[in-house]
Ligand binder design. Structure first.
Ligand code: SAH
Length: 407
């Protein structure tokens, strides 16, 4: 058949009746999109999938539990014929044609008066791709466009949100694929990016050339002075009218001093928003194949900073209490103090044979896992010359993940 010239249009179906004939997997894929645009969806089918039944139960669609009747098309603005019975679909399209209602068909596009494009949305733009009945190719084209928009290789400049302010963006544990879509969008829209050492660095290479990049790792050392300087920079740039992204590894509020930056912005009257990130104490063990909870094994997990050793006057951690728990303990910033921490957990009551996994450079090309027990942790860290960043997982979940090693 010759190519069909379709005329694309964005239908506004809010509050308008849409008829879906059929309740199987095709209908199940179309109905949520119709619900999302506020259509008055009527499903006609003797049976529906459990997913559609759920949408009926929540009142999002109306279900007419019977076979199709021509009169079902009356009053509809749009019809989807999605049964697995060609004869029924044919009756639906004939009834729609007679009533001059556009009708798509799941089984035979040549007998339809409308085609469903491959659809995706990004930041207020709808991408709809129609091919010559090659759904996989259309979907691939759509995916390419969406990826370009998300990654910023397709930059629609006028779309950028240039309103001044600060966005705290969590970059996830390191692999750029593990950053959120909202975080990527914020990066693309930034005038200034203030980045830490652990933020996914590859993404910084993708920034448009006019974006100012401030590498906080290069600021003079001394933790509190450094943080004050960061606060000063983000506030000053925002007050100059810039859109500032404060870009960190993991989540900005998990040992990231993110809330100090929120407070500094508030004090200066600078608008501040937060895009959460996948935090490393959960994501790094997950990628390394270690669950932080497991039914019947660990009903809690505790995330603890090990940057101060047990007994340090400024420590706020009750190591003895942690030693008396039986769940998972996830230690961060703990490589240096790990020997003292392991000893404190054993002193608090943890068996010395408790399994331990040290995941170094999680989600990054050099990722590796070192296994130990609380008793052997100090020597294993030395043998393997473990350097930060590392996540140390303590507890029986490590045995679940590595049964052979701890048998
Ligand atoms: N805000 C971050 C944590 C910052 S504290 C988050 O939410 O993940 C820095 C510590 O995080 C490191 O010392 C290390 O313990 C841990 N960490 C962060 N990224 C890591 C990674 N990719 N692999 C292993 N540990 C990581």
């Amino acid at each position: 058949m010759d190519d069909v010239a379709t005329y694309p249009a964005g239908l506004i179906l809010t509050g308008r009746r849409v008829l879906v004939v059929g309740g199987g997997h095709v209908a199940q894929r179309r109905v949520p999109q119709l619900i999302a645009v506020g259509a008055d969806v009527h499903v006609v089918s003797p049976e529906v999938t459990p997913a559609i039944e759920g949408m009926v139960g929540s009142g999002e669609v109306s279900w007419h539990r019977r076979g199709f009747e021509e009169a079902d098309v009356d009053g509809a603005w749009y019809v989807i014929a999605a049964t697995d019975d060609r004869a029924v679909n044919e009756r639906v399209s004939v009834a729609a044609e007679e009533r001059r209602v556009f009708c798509v068909r799941s089984d035979d596009g040549t007998r339809a008066t409308a085609w469903t494009p491959a659809v995706g949305r990004h930041a207020g733009v709808t991408v709809a791709v129609l091919g010559q009945r090659e759904p996989q190719r259309s979907a691939r084209v759509r995916d390419e466009i969406l990826e370009g928009l998300r990654e910023g290789t397709i930059v629609a400049r006028h779309q950028r949100d240039r309103s001044p302010g600060v966005v705290l963006v969590g970059g996830g544990p390191g692999d750029p694929e593990l950053m959120t879509i909202a975080g990527r969008k914020a990066l693309v829209e930034a005038d200034v990016v203030v980045a830490d050492r652990l933020a996914p660095r590859e993404l910084l290479g993708e920034l448009p050339p006019d974006v100012e990049l401030i590498d906080v790792a290069k600021l003079p050392r001394g933790r509190s002075a450094q943080q004050e300087e960061i606060n000063r920079i983000i506030v000053a740039r925002a007050l100059e009218g810039k859109r500032v992204v404060r870009f960190k590894g993991g989540d900005n509020f998990v040992f990231g001093r993110g809330y100090e930056e929120v407070l500094a912005c508030r004090e200066a009257g600078v608008p501040v928003t937060v895009v959460p990130g996948l935090t490393s104490p959960v994501a790094v063990p997950a990628v390394a194949g270690i669950p932080v909870t497991h039914r019947g094994v660990a009903h809690e997990f505790t995330v603890v900073s090990g940057h101060l050793p047990p007994g340090h006057p400024e420590s706020q951690v009750n190591w003895a209490a942690l030693g008396s728990l039986s769940g998972t303990v996830v230690l961060m910033m703990a490589v240096e103090n790990a020997p003292a921490i392991a000893a404190a957990l054993v002193a608090g009551g943890r068996p010395p044979q408790t399994p331990v996994a040290v995941v170094c450079d999680g989600t990054m090309p050099g990722e590796r896992t070192v296994l130990a027990t609380l008793e052997t942790l100090a020597s294993r860290l030395a043998e393997e010359a473990v350097r930060p960043p590392a996540i140390i997982v303590v507890g029986e979940v490590v045995r679940v993940a590595h049964p052979a090693h701890f048998s």
